[in-house]
Design a protein around this ligand. Structure first.
Ligand SMILES: Nc1ncnc2c1ncn2[C@@H]1O[C@H](COP(=O)(O)OP(=O)(O)OP(=O)(O)O)[C@@H](O)[C@H]1O
Ligand SMILES: [Mg+2]
Length: 369
């Protein structure tokens, strides 16, 4: 769809009836854009509007209806982009309580919202990321599934086949099925699991040194971290695992082995990050992970992702924020959107890092330069 290495940057953004923003239009910088204001002013809401242009959904687990401004019927987010070759592009996301959601690119409506996936890649660093460390493996699988689906179309297809077969198999296990019936699902799952396992192995191995690298920069090499893929398939093929756990599966009435049980272990100095990492160390890890994600997306796709840093100083000390700003101000990272509630601390740290930026004041859903 795009020529190699074209880049789109968001030049202007119009928002109508989106959360606490009634109607605003912003002219954005192609470099760093900062949004400052009090708690509840609407800073994160602006980032979420940008997220809608990329993914046609909120970056939080909320519904489209909840994003419509109270007492209004619709929201509209209109992004005016410009490509490197000078050509303009427009992406508009419209949602009405009555008629649902549409996404248009250059005036043409997408038949399927999923066709837009990857056209405007985005990487978000937000306080909500902490669930990636503190919550269950499911949260981590969801994160990596989304990333790997962006990087590799065959991954998404395999994952969908696997999950469908898994759901069928689990249904069957409740009905005292024959061995032959189960074997059919075992085979479908095994073939899909081969792809899932090999993509997970390959991408996590590629990501690992990048995460280490960014963490070292952020922490001034104060600590070492690691991440490691864990799967039962590392020792045994899935077909064998399924056979071996058959009696257990009958007893439990669900499938107890497979790639749906995989995890990625995060560690600091050799110990589990969740238990032994401080809040700032955990946050630094998550940023390193997201910057590594950025690199993979940028290398694989035709577009450089937009980088959203919500609540920049959340849990980080001045020094780490300064390192982060030096990092993202470099050549690799494209357009950046930052929020913080403390204008002076943000301005101070940005100027220390020698970064150029555009500053917006956000107040009760209103935005001023
Ligand atoms: N559908 C909605 N209609 C109207 N207002 C809404 C809606 N959804 C959220 N809000 C309001 O948006 C505000 C929160 O905005 P946002 O999360 O962007 O704040 P913020 O500036 O990021 O604050 P913080 O510094 O605490 O992160 C709240 O006042 C909330 O009531
Ligand atoms: Mg916020």
């Amino acid at each position: 769809m795009f020529d190699k290495e074209t880049r789109m940057r968001l030049e202007n953004l119009s928002i109508i009836n989106f959360k606490n923003i009634a109607e605003e239009r912003l002219e954005l910088s192609e470099g760093i854009n900062c949004f400052v204001g009090h708690n509840g002013a609407g800073k994160t809401n602006i980032l979420d509007a940008i997220h809608y242009l990329s993914s046609a959904r909120s970056m939080h687990t909320i519904t489209d209806t909840q994003s419509v401004r109270h007492d209004e019927d619709f929201f509209l987010i209109d992004g005016g982009f410009r490509r490197d070759d000078g050509r303009p592009e427009q992406v508009v996301c419209f949602y009405a309580r009555r008629s649902g959601k549409t996404l248009k690119r250059n005036g043409k409506e997408y038949d399927k919202l999923s066709d837009h996936v990857g056209c405007l890649p985005i990487v978000v660093v937000s306080p909500a990321d902490s669930s990636l460390i503190s919550d269950s493996a499911e949260e981590r699988r969801r994160y990596f599934n989304r990333l790997l689906s962006h990087l590799d179309r065959s991954y998404l297809a395999a994952l969908m086949r696997y999950n469908t077969a898994l759901a069928e198999r689990n249904k069957l296990l409740k009905m005292n099925p024959s061995e032959e019936m189960l074997l059919i699902y075992d085979q479908i799952m095994s073939i899909a699991a081969d792809t899932i396992f090999s993509v997970r192995t390959e991408v996590i191995e590629r990501m690992r040194p990048l995460v280490e690298h960014y963490y070292a920069l952020l922490s001034n090499e104060r600590e070492t971290i690691d991440m490691e893929y864990r799967s039962e398939l590392q020792t045994t093929p899935l077909a064998e695992l399924l056979l071996a756990s058959r009696r257990k599966d009958f007893a439990n009435e669900f499938t107890t082995s497979g790639v749906h049980r995989d995890d990625v272990l995060f560690s600091i100095a050799g110990f589990p990050l969740r238990k032994f990492g401080s809040q700032g160390q955990q946050k630094s890890f998550l940023i390193a992970l997201k910057l590594a994600e950025y690199r993979l997306l940028a290398e694989s796709g035709q577009e450089r992702p937009m980088l959203l840093l919500d609540d920049l100083f959340d849990k980080l000390d001045m020094q780490r924020v300064a390192e982060l700003l030096r990092l993202v101000g470099g050549d690799i990272f494209g357009q950046i959107f930052i929020t913080d509630c403390n204008k002076h601390r943000l301005q101070h740290t940005l100027s220390e890092a020698g970064a150029e930026y555009r500053l917006f004041h956000v107040k009760e859903g209103g935005i001023e330069r």
